[in-house]
Write a protein that binds this ligand. Structure first.
Ligand code: PMP
Length: 381
């Protein structure tokens, strides 16, 4: 056999890397500010070095702050928001468990799909896209299905709805059910109080309000969730996201840390900085800024004669605004025009909202009143 490589180097790789400037005003990822970008350009250290463990401990505290929780089992998974979703469901759910999923956009569909893949008995309760659930809706479904886990999305980025969470934890616990909440698109942009609201499992993502690159996802588990996971009869179906391994890697089990997987060191630097920026600004201030800027955007959109997709103002998600696609227009023509002429990303709908809406995300660093936002609105006229 000849030792000469017969496949030549691809010409594409012999050209320089091309990353055009973009204003990222879709539902994520958002732009990465210079401080976080700089953290991503730092030299590497080992994933098991003591200094790395210190950075991971900082991240843990940053997540506890942003989630408003004292849970010890709090860390970041090495993967995107979907990885956190799988970490939650793979560890908490065993084959045959009844899982109730609230569907009001795409994220419930995804969570249900994950639970179905591991043999859970998945039941669904649905609301039209653009609406949220009331406590009454949820109670009726809990009484009917008697699940051991209830999934709901806080910031439904596909529809632009923020789901009220007060009372849900107590309600689920009265029905002997754990509450799992997705806050990928809302963390830092809309109030959420993990402990006070009785949320058992909460996860988020790095690339939205936290303005870090995609690839890590904060997650936290309550005592009750831990009890269910550590008391399970079978191993979780994934070694990569096995809670026992992850708890050890993140120093949550009181034992010396041993190698499980090579954590994304650079992404941990950037996540640490994203959480630091939020801690410096303060959660309340961050929530207020997102609300103020979203309201300004809503006003501007309505002043142009466009219609906000979410009818109830109290249910409008401050991080992602949905606008009904104006009559006579193709959503794709609009997003393409804005990208081509202004290098600004906004997107169309996703899942049940596809074809119905345009989505504008104002998250973290991008939730500001810089001139380019004005430009976007001027164009829509
Ligand atoms: N949940 C919500 C509410 C989201 O907005 C997203 C990302 N758009 C996800 C989950 C999935 O996150 P990722 O793309 O990081 O896997």
């Amino acid at each position: 056999m000849s030792s000469l490589a017969t496949i030549p180097p691809p010409p594409a790789l012999l050209r320089p890397l091309n990353v055009p400037p973009r204003l990222m005003l879709g539902p994520g990822p958002s732009n990465v500010p210079p401080r976080i970008q700089a953290a991503g350009g730092l030299h590497l250290i080992g994933h098991m070095h003591p200094e790395m463990f210190q950075i991971m401990d900082d991240i843990k505290q940053g997540i506890q702050y942003s989630f408003q929780t004292q849970n010890n089992l709090t860390f970041a998974v090495s993967g995107s928001g979907h990885c956190a979703m799988e970490t939650a469901i793979f560890n908490v759910v065993e084959k045959g468990d009844v899982v109730l999923v609230a569907v009001k956009g795409i994220w419930g569909e995804r969570a249900g799909d994950i639970a179905e893949r591991i043999g859970a008995d998945v039941r669904y309760v649905s609301k039209p896209v653009g609406e949220g659930f009331t406590l009454k809706d949820v109670e009726k479904a809990l009484a009917e299905h008697k699940p051991s886990l209830f999934f709901i999305t806080h910031g439904e980025s596909s529809s632009g709805v923020v789901q009220p969470l007060d009372g849900l934890g107590d309600l689920c616990h009265r029905y002997n059910c754990l509450l799992l909440v997705d806050s990928v698109a809302s963390l830092g942009g809309a109030p959420i109080y993990m402990d006070k609201q009785g949320i058992d499992i909460l996860y988020s993502g790095s690339q939205k309000v936290l303005n870090a690159p995609p690839g890590t996802a904060p997650i936290s588990f309550s005592e009750a969730a831990s009890k269910k996971m550590f008391g399970r009869k079978t191993k979780p179906p994934s070694l990569y996201v096995d809670i026992k391994w992850l708890a050890n890697y993140w120093g949550c089990d009181g034992k010396p840390r041993i190698y499980h997987h090579t954590g994304p060191v650079t992404n941990f630097f950037t996540l640490r900085e994203g959480l630091a920026v939020l801690a410096e600004l303060g959660l309340e201030r961050s929530w207020a800024v997102h609300q103020e800027n979203a309201l300004k955007l809503h006003k501007g959109v309505e002043a142009l004669g466009l219609k906000l997709f979410v009818k109830d103002p109290a249910l409008r998600l401050p991080t992602v605004t949905t606008i009904s696609v104006p009559n006579g227009y193709e959503w794709k023509d609009i997003t393409t025009f804005i990208m081509k002429n202004h290098a600004i990303e906004i997107t169309g709908g996703l899942g049940p909202s596809a074809g119905k809406v345009l989505r504008i995300g104002l998250m973290g660093y991008n939730s500001t009143q810089i001139r380019k936002h004005g430009l976007l609105l001027i164009w829509i006229v």
